[in-house]
Unconditional design. Structure first.
Length: 256
């Protein structure tokens, strides 16, 4: 099983137009090794290794292949001497802004986990065998169309609570406290999010507090007669369907 985290960014060529001459040339290839000098005969393995040694005016040639990594250059270029990443002439390379995770452990009930030591918060994305997975949530998604605004219909609501007749009544006390509530209501121009402060399972009511209520209260209020929908995410107890994931930022563990 191959797992990739965070949004992929494919491209054939990186960088700026090269200057007429370069202080040094480095090469990165899938068959390389970061312990090597990084030249044509003995290339580096990762773009990050090249990014750590490149100086103004240097160029990095990328051989064909897939690169699963994020890149943080150590130095900057300057006018007339940019730092350039570009594909090897006649080849194609794809740089995925992801980290591939391979060391998986089964933790029971069909759930697996792997260590993941970095986090983009609300911007996290997970890909399973190249296909984007869904963050663990309630209600579960019914289809895999990313443009479908799936959620449970709001029965009643306002800027501090949402009630829904479909909410489960068997949620343990405080199990959803700290979850992220995503709401599409009122004018429905965009979703807004907040943190769940409490869930009353008997009353089927989610409670929260919005610090800045201006635009939400005016244009995207769950109390609006046009109605709306919502979903809850960000808790491991919501991990209950295939192709879902949860990231524990305290344990630094990704769960599937």
């Amino acid at each position: 099983m191959k797992i990739m985290k965070i949004r992929p960014v494919p491209f054939i060529c990186l960088g700026l137009l090269a200057a007429s001459s370069f202080a040094a040339e480095y090469v990165v290839a899938p068959h390389g090794d970061d312990a090597q000098p990084g030249n044509r005969a003995a290339p580096f393995r990762t773009l990050q290794k090249a990014a750590e040694v490149l100086e103004a005016g240097d160029v990095c040639l990328i051989r064909a292949g897939d690169y699963f990594e994020t890149v943080r250059p150590r130095a900057s270029g300057r006018a007339g001497a940019p730092i350039v990443f570009r594909v090897w002439p006649g080849e194609q390379a794809t740089v995925w802004g992801t980290q591939q995770l391979d060391d998986w452990q089964e933790v029971g009930n069909g759930v697996w986990r792997a260590a993941m030591d970095w986090d983009l918060g609300k911007n996290n994305q997970v890909f399973v065998n190249g296909k984007m997975a869904t963050e663990a949530r309630w209600p579960n998604v019914a289809d895999e169309d990313l443009l479908t605004p799936e959620g449970a219909e709001i029965t009643r609501g306002g800027t501090s609570f949402i009630q829904c007749d479909l909410l489960p009544s068997d949620v343990p006390e405080n199990a959803w406290t700290g979850a992220v509530l995503w709401v599409l209501a009122g004018a429905k121009c965009t979703r807004w999010s907040t943190v769940v402060e409490a869930y009353d399972a008997e009353a089927k009511t989610l409670r929260f507090d919005i610090n800045d209520q201006g635009s939400i209260a005016r244009n995207m209020n769950p109390a609006d007669r046009r109605g709306g929908s919502f979903f809850v995410a960000g808790k491991r107890c919501l991990l209950d369907a295939p192709n879902e994931w949860f990231y524990d930022d305290q344990q630094r563990m990704l769960y599937l």
